[in-house]
Design a protein around this ligand. Sequence first.
Ligand code: NAI
Length: 244
Amino acid sequence: MKKDMVALVTGGSRGIGRAVCVELSKQVTKIAVVYSGNQDAAEETKKLVEEAGAECRIYQCNVADFTQTAELVKKVSEELGTVDILVNNAGITKDKLMLSMKEDEFDSVIDVNLKGAFNLIRHTASGMIKKRYGKIINITSIAGLIGNPGQANYAASKAGLIGLTKTVAKELASRNVCCNAVAPGFVDTDMTEKFKTDEKILATIPQKRVGKPEEVAKLVAFLASDAADYITGETIRIDGGLAI
Ligand code: NAI
């Protein structure tokens, strides 16, 4: 049976975030889809969530902005209820080799990928603590585990997310709030448009294929479920063996 709970998913308008919204709508009653700019795409996610039988609202918000995220969480709490499940999925890349990376290319990736997750955790944690229940899932990347040339900004942001995950897990464990991270390898989304059919890249993946957003979504849904109640502070790779 579905739980009467609220899940908030950032970057829910497309790719992995959309798949997570749809998968979570099979296990909870209310989904808040957070998107940055593409309202039509967010509406499409809403349609899919409603077809799966959950209530859905869409919210435009720049996760990098502390004030906007505070207002977002307030609005979601008023309209849907306290956030029980938070999925920090919004992310961007601005790839360049270290020697040509500009300051703003470094800062903007850290701001969205790392500070964005901090902002959302900061504003939702007190509600979870009061309820003595919460599941926080941060979408990191294998780049945060093993590094990747051309992605100093992205890898740093994703490694930072792993440290954030472990710290939040330790701080909130006694209040029954779990915090975990999921580290995908190459997944078939707009973000990997340039790489996903590249034979050289596919050859580096032991399973010889990119992942599907739905596969990542199932792992997120597991971490958001009771089946994962005794898992916290963990980072789980889902990469076809790429980072073994
Ligand atoms: P995508 O580019 O298809 O979707 C990213 C989502 O984040 C979009 O909905 C976008 O609107 C949202 N977003 C971007 N900046 C935002 C902001 N400032 N405020 C609010 N929302 C914002 O990407 P994809 O592939 O679905 O990635 C989702 C997450 O998974 C990202 O964190 C990414 O780093 C991570 N990831 C993806 C991998 C892949 O191969 N696709 C591999 C490893 C990690």
